[in-house]
Design a protein around this ligand. Structure first.
Ligand code: ADP
Ligand code: ASP
Ligand code: MG
Length: 439
């Protein structure tokens, strides 16, 4: 039996949290492989180590003295080391890094990856486990995807049968050896890759909430936990915005049919959430919605062209304009003779004027508009499929609160209903949905 365990930033924030992690890991001899994040926030106004590292790089880039930020970073790690009484020479590694930084010879990715690197060094010393550097096994291909054929055997070599190891999350190396990080929150992916590489029986992801909740606890007060969820539902939830797990986490584990168990470092007896292919012990088979989530800051381009529905190739022309600009479209809801393209504003904004001009020129629509400040809200649930009245219930509840719906989209597999509201109505829309389906 092998359990691969990943501990997120809040579980690594200070010496007290390290002690909780140690108790959890040592309580079960199957927990042999530990993936760690950089130190997170200790209290709400605190800084994440990773954010400080990005800030430090910006200082260097703009020629501002980085020493004060660098010292904030190193002192967090020295404090943990000293409080835990560990005999580990961090000072000489810090000095080498500072030298490289001053010479401007460290890339942003390499610098920010040091957050997880030092976390792992400390945790390995604290647990008495072997430190395995992710630069030695997570291998990116030139296109930025992970080369699993190269990475998995490399980790199998480094962590033998029955061995105990601590591995930093968040980074790997390019074919030329340069350090490359995943996108933010990417230690979840490192853990999933390690679980898949080592054919783990379970991937435990330890964080600061007791599993995936039916809604973001920062928006809904005390949302109910989700004891069980399928990979598909989780994919929908995390794509649409639920930030508990990085949206790419499930791919490596799903390929090997490894269940993911989300657990709470601050409440280790809570069973958390199990994510797997199918439901095993569905706790509430009558519940239609599994979770509610969403994201702000989308733009909607809407195009109306008389007779469009019967013309061939209109949609292709529009999509190829976006493709030329390297923009991927999140949703394409359509009606008779009109189509909308829903795109994150940050992606669209730099290309907006060119995209609009090209649509005008190449497609000649009768009307073309763009709407900003849109939030996308999604209700996800495998039992929604073909269930009549679900969308009606959603829209009635929103209408009652005077929330305007700007867009509606339902996936063909009917796992979700997605709709757009104004950014300002985002939190309220989530609360209204939660209350109408859960209470
Ligand atoms: P870690 O540092 O352990 O990786 P994250 O901060 O990435 O943790 O993710 C956990 C946080 O996700 C929680 O503290 C919670 O505020 C937030 N969150 C957002 N949506 C949800 C949800 N539906 N269920 C649980 N947590 C959620
Ligand atoms: N430390 C990285 C971040 O803050 C990766 C992670 O925590 O998963 O994004
Ligand atoms: Mg995270």
């Amino acid at each position: 039996m092998l359990k691969v365990t990943k501990f997120g930033g809040s579980s690594m924030a200070d010496a007290g949290q390290y002690r909780k992690v140690r108790d959890i890991v040592l309580a079960d001899p199957d927990r042999r492989v530990v993936i760690v994040s950089a130190a997170g926030k200790r209290f709400s106004a605190d800084h994440k180590l990773t954010d400080l590292l990005y800030l430090c790089h910006a200082h260097v880039q703009y020629g501002v003295d980085s020493t004060p930020v660098f010292e904030m970073i190193t002192s967090r790690y020295l404090e943990i080391r000293d409080e835990l009484g560990l005999d580990l020479d961090l000072e000489s590694e810090f000095a080498q890094l500072k030298e490289k930084l001053d010479a401007k010879s460290v890339s942003q990715d390499e610098l920010v990856s040091r957050g997880e690197y030092f976390s792992a060094k400390l945790m390995a010393a604290f647990l008495g486990f072997k430190f395995v550097d992710s630069a030695d096994w997570v291998k990116f291909a030139m296109d930025g995807t992970v080369d699993k054929e190269a990475s998995y055997p490399a980790l199998q070599e480094l962590v033998g049968e029955g061995e105990y190891a601590v591995i930093p999350g968040f980074y790997g190396v390019m074919p030329n050896g340069a350090v490359r990080t995943f996108s933010r929150g990417g230690s979840d992916i490192s853990g999933a890759l390690a679980a898949a590489a080592l054919n783990a029986d379970v991937y435990e992801n330890w964080t600061d909430v007791s599993g995936i909740l039916m809604a973001d606890p920062r928006i809904v007060e005390n949302p109910q936990p989700i004891p069980e969820i399928t990979y598909d539902e989780l994919r929908e939830l995390s794509y649409a915005g639920a930030q508990v797990l990085h949206e790419l986490t499930i791919f490596p584990v799903r390929e090997k049919n490894i269940p993911v168990n989300i657990r709470n470092t601050n409440d280790p007896d809570h069973p958390g959430t199990i994510i797997q292919e199918d439901y095993k012990n569905e706790s509430d088979p009558d519940r239609v919605v599994t979770g509610i989530t969403g994201k702000k800051d989308f733009s909607i381009i809407t195009m109306f062209k008389r007779g469009m529905t019967s013309q061939v190739g209109v949609l292709r022309k529009v999509l190829s304009i976006l493709e030329r600009h390297g923009i991927s479209v999140d949703f394409v809801p359509n009606g008779i003779d009109n189509v909308s393209l829903v795109i994150p504003t940050a992606t669209l904004a730099p290309h907006l004027y060119n995209v609009m001009a090209e649509i005008q020129r190449e497609v000649k629509p009768d009307n073309l508009t763009v709407l900003d400040e849109i939030a996308v809200v999604a209700a996800v649930g495998h039992r929604m499929a073909f269930r009549p009245g679900v969308s009606g219930k959603i829209f009635a509840a929103l209408g009652e609160k005077g929330i305007n719906i700007r867009m509606i989209n339902q996936g063909p597999d009917e796992l979700n209903i997605i709709f757009g509201v104004d950014n300002k109505d985002f939190a309220e829309a989530i609360r209204v949905l939660y209350n109408s389906f859960v209470k």
